[in-house]
Design a protein. Sequence first.
Lengths: 537, 196
Amino acid sequence: MPVLPLLGDEAVAQAALDSGLTGMYAYPGTPSTEIMEYIQRSPLAAERNVHRKWSANEKTAVEEALGVSYTGKRAMAAMKHVGLNVAADPFINSAITGVIGGLVIAVADDPSMHSSQNEQDSRFYGKFAMIPMFEPSTQQEAYDMTRYAFDLSEKVGLPVLMRLVTRLAHSRAAVRTADTPRPQNQLRLPEDPKRFVLLPVVARERYKILLGTQAQLMRESENSPFNKYIDGEDKSLGIVTSGVAFNYLMENFPQGKVPHPVVKVGQYPVPYKLIQKLFDEVDEVLVIEEGYPFIEEQLVGLLGNPKVKGRFTGDIPRYGELNPTIVAKALNLPAGAVYDVPDVVVGRPPQLCPGCGHIDVYVALNKVMKKYGPGHVFSDIGCYTLGALPPYNAINTCVDMGASITMAKGAADAGLHPAVAVIGDSTFTHSGMTGLLDAVIENTPITVIIMDNSMVAMTGGQDSHAAHRLVQICQGLGVDPEHIRTITPLPRTRDQLAQIIEEEINYPGVSVVIPSRPCVTHTVSRKRKQRAQKASK
Amino acid sequence: MKTDIVLSGVGGQGILTIAAIISWAAVRNNLYIKQSEIHGMSQRGGSVFSHLRLSSEPIASDLIPYGQADLILSVEPVEALRYLPYLKKDGWLVTNIAPYVNVPDYPKIEDVIREIEKVPNHVYLDANKLAKEIHAPKASNIIMLGAASPFLNLKYEDLEWAIEKQFARKGEDVVEMNKKALKLGFDEAKKLFNLS
Ligand SMILES: Cc1ncc(C[n+]2csc(CCOP(=O)(O)OP(=O)(O)O)c2C)c(N)n1
Ligand code: SF4
């Protein structure tokens, strides 16, 4: 058995390959990006010609993966937690159609928002879709569960959610992997072709089937090797825990010998019988879980249960990620820092790299916007979001991918002038294009600046679908070619850029300004990656 | 055997390279490792850290609990102090003293040094200056690794071996230069402490 040092993300990727994966689909997003990147580097993926190109966004990724499953072959889609909001439509509906080839959707949550807008807990989506779900504690479990998940997906005919969190996704440990990868599935069309036609008449039947499968999913959970009842002598307290929270619990006891009975949940739905057994034996139950109080809320419901405590009751802080110290405190164990952070320590926020083209755009934009005052610039998510911080203070919004153009349109509809949108090239093809079409249809007076650095820089320099086709796309969407303006943003072109922005603000319709210059930081690393990929082909 | 290490610095200063080298050396000794990394937002000139845990027993948590790190190894002095809550009482603070100034309110270096000196077990040196002296300006991270090498519970030869592994594909010159940097850091720390 080969032993490899893998990130949690990489363990999921290797397991997918070893499970006979045919197609990997993803849009980058911290902390999930390394799942696809691992597959792109993998010699096995190259040898088997596994699909491993980025998708335009998470929705297209899940739909493409579902298409692979339709043919009887195995697929994975990967994304960060907020990506699942974008993919929610196919995600929920793929539970109604069901799957043919195994379909595993790997989603990485980011508690404490290290690189995200929120800390939403994807387990709610799994429950919402009524599908099986796994939550690994270790890199080894990430590997083992992913393999198990592909088999389960085919056994119950449903997509399966693999929930990761930052601290596992981005932590490396040794993982034992399979000696020989499973072969890929043969092409095999659905026996009942109608099941993928979700007209109401079919959907009603399919939904009944999904409801009917729930009892089976509970049995699967109750008998799962990943759900365990670990006995302990001190029954004054019982503990329910899952994922990385289990590690933090173990960390607090020598050799991980917890004196209390523990239910470790690794597979969902929450295994009823194990929980019931625990409730019967102990005086109080402490629920320790990373993320929202997902299990705990199910245990206590609306009416509460005085026996249960956790994040929902406030016995463990509701906000932010857990760590061993927080868990120690919840168990009244001595723990904590010896040294404080001295007062001389100042914050060091991330910044735009020296020489970045985004800087030139913001300097030019600020020059133009000065006379209009603050509040006119709607922006989006990417490196350029750092333009919200000093010294630029150039943008006023960042909500979700694509929201710059649409919010600017709404504000313009409401009478705000000028209304400027600042969006990155990849964010534009992710979900800015449809919003631009809205504006084109009404010829809304907005000025859209597409910050084209020809890659997805924020997440490490991945390929951008926008590369070399932005002008064409905007023309295709119907923007007047005279109001599509391109320029290379450089310190010496800032005045010229300011003038272009000014002119387009004064045009009472949709205009697009495209400052184009490759990201200085990732151009080099990208070339290296591309060479490596070519070599692996 | 168990060594819990917090590595810290500013994005781009090479702390993940240090983590990789220590990990190679640990794996050579059949130790368990867990190494949590930071990716994403914080890489652009922001503060970055990595938790690296080595042990002869299985390791539970990917994060080191507060007050339990044996060593903070930092490539930047303010970043060394930022993670002090992780350090145990008699843990070692080993840091580069060359400041990386990219914020307007960066404190006076004397004030920073005063705080470092409050930790009883500390080693600080100007790794940037030393790196320039051996014409290897990028190797200040490896110099710091050398300075911290007595506190890792790993053999010096294993670190040298790990450097060979880490830099092999960049050629013999790069390997030799980094070995030299490691030795330089080690000698400096020895000088400061009469370590043997
Ligand atoms: C729905 C969703 N998917 C993914 C992400 C992660 N993410 C943040 S910004 C970004 C892409 C930025 O690329 P681009 O727009 O080209 O801007 P750049 O960083 O290159 O300046 C990604 C993938 C996210 N925040 N939300
Ligand atoms: S990574 Fe590239 S796009 Fe992002 S700030 Fe640095 S130079 Fe600019």
